[in-house]
Design a protein around this ligand. Structure first.
Ligand code: GDP
Ligand code: IMO
Ligand code: MG
Length: 432
């Protein structure tokens, strides 16, 4: 395969960043194609921990080209700060390795304010967004009144478009949400400043991608969020506002179908987590749940919120597999399960006496589903130092074999710790 898509197969935070970081050893180009700085992708290299929100995780290896595609929504301040942080921590010598699509939409300060005010108004029914203005930015895009990165290149035009967009959004903030709007000056000056700082990065990233494909470069597509947060297929309305499933790669990076051979790899934890509200059938409210939070360090990389935890859900994983066309799995955080016995796998749901194996669209049904579990024996060994599949305890191998059987997808990569090297490659996805 020339291309590999790294996609969240659950509700986000599966370890996509760390899988991408590992695989960039063999790939010179990484593309982000949806979402924005709601994402928090953690990579640990030695004793250095880096959390990336916008820049693809490929940036952590010298020479890798990182593209931020048209489908991403970009808060330019966050980008400028992230680049500065990468420079000061020694990961980025100059900005030549980052290119930002001129077609990507901008997240404006009023988008963020709308996001926060709307969540406050929803009260108990809130979605639990990251408060980064993601939804409102995509709304403006769909409404055809959004501002794009390329608009920053022409200050006069930018000012005109901003005036129109601001008027609409101020009216909404003030009249509907009862908040305080923005003045043009408050936004214009800082945005023109961001524009001058990122001017050199702005490009037609779809074209650059095409040139790299023609050169024969291997390409990694770095998904953000997870399949169950997909705007169409996720647990709507408790979802994000972008296409997180594999279709998003094409529209969000300007890649034509069939331009390169592409394998979709779903990243899944060996258990499940969710941050924010919405149904979560295998959620645990007991000591095992707390233990997963503690052993797995389950606190959000973007907002610091405690993640909800539960057992691995094969109904959801099989749904994600179908939606994405998964050809392989990257299974992360298997080390966190050490010491738990039994280890449970949800193989179906029970709803009013009926056995369901398909993920329901109706949230009322989903929230009443009881998981049907299959129990597997646990293991006590610390897995952090394992580097070969043959060194895994038999119970772990049995667990892996059962996950492969129940999903029909091979586990290609196993992650046994947060550090870059704590990885076992069972089969290289570029060689599949
Ligand atoms: P992403 O958003 O999918 O990139 O994932 P996050 O970075 O938000 O969350 C994954 C968390 O798990 C981070 O803190 C990682 O450092 C950590 N992590 C990733 N893989 C492993 C693993 O195999 N074992 C352990 N213990 N931690 C891991
Ligand atoms: P990464 O890429 C986990 C969740 C939020 C909320 C919902 C909508 O790190 O896996 P939004 O701010 O997008 O409007 O919030 O989606 N969410 C994530 N959860 N990981 C993420 O990204 C997420 N990005 C958004 O918690 O439930
Ligand atoms: Mg994350």
């Amino acid at each position: 395969m020339q291309g590999v898509g790294i996609l969240g197969a659950q509700w986000g935070d599966e370890g996509k960043g760390r899988v991408v970081d590992f695989l960039t050893e063999k790939a010179p180009v990484v593309v982000r194609y949806q979402g924005g700085n709601n994402a928090g992708h953690t990579c640990v290299i030695g004793n250095q921990k880096i959390v990336l929100h916008l820049v693809p995780s490929g940036i952590l290896r010298p020479g890798r080209l990182c593209l931020i595609g048209n489908g991403v929504v970009v808060n330019p301040q966050v980008l400028v700060e992230e680049i500065a942080r990468l420079k000061s921590s020694g990961f980025l010598e100059n900005e030549d390795r980052i290119r930002l699509s001129d077609r990507a939409h901008l997240i404006m300060p009023y988008h963020q304010r709308i996001d926060v005010l709307r969540e406050e108004r929803r009260g108990a029914a809130k979605i639990g967004t990251t408060g980064r203005g993601i939804g409102p930015a995509y709304e403006d895009k769909a409404r055809r009144s959004g501002l794009r990165v390329g608009d920053l290149l022409d200050p006069e035009e930018f000012k005109k478009k901003l005036a129109v967009n601001l008027e609409e959004n101020n009216a909404y903030i003030e009249k509907v949400l009862g908040g305080k709007g923005f003045t043009l000056g408050e936004i214009l000056e800082p945005f023109l400043d961001f524009g001058s700082k990122i001017r050199g990065l702005i490009a037609d990233t779809s074209r650059i991608l095409d040139q790299e494909i023609k050169k024969g470069s291997r390409i990694l597509f770095e998904g953000a969020q997870g399949s169950m947060l997909d705007l169409d297929h996720g647990t709507y309305p408790f979802v994000t506002s972008s296409v997180t499933t594999s279709g998003g790669i094409f529209s969000g990076s300007g890649l034509g179908y069939g331009r390169l051979s592409l394998l979709m790899v779903g990243v899944t934890k060996a258990y499940t987590t969710r941050v924010g509200a919405g149904p979560f059938p295998t959620e645990l409210f007991d000591k095992t749940g707390d233990r997963l939070v503690e052993a797995g360090g389950e606190f959000g990389a973007t907002t610091g919120r405690r993640r909800r935890t539960g057992w691995l859900d094969l109904v959801a994983l099989n749904y994600a597999s179908r939606l994405n066309g998964l050809g392989g799995l990257a299974l992360t955080k298997i080390d966190v399960l050490s010491g738990l016995d039994p280890i449970r796998l949800a193989v179906a749901y029970r709803y009013k006496g009926e056995r369901l194996t398909e993920f329901p669209a109706d949230l009322k049904i989903l929230s009443e589903c009881q998981p049907e579990y299959e129990d597997l024996p646990g293991w006590r060994e610390d897995l952090g130092a394992v580097r070969r599949i043959s060194d895994l305890p038999p119970a772990v191998r049995r667990y892996l074999a059962r996950v492969e059987e129940l999903t029909g997808i091979p586990v290609l990569i196993l992650s046994l710790g947060a550090e870059r090297g704590q990885t076992v490659v069972i089969r290289d996805p570029f060689e599949v």
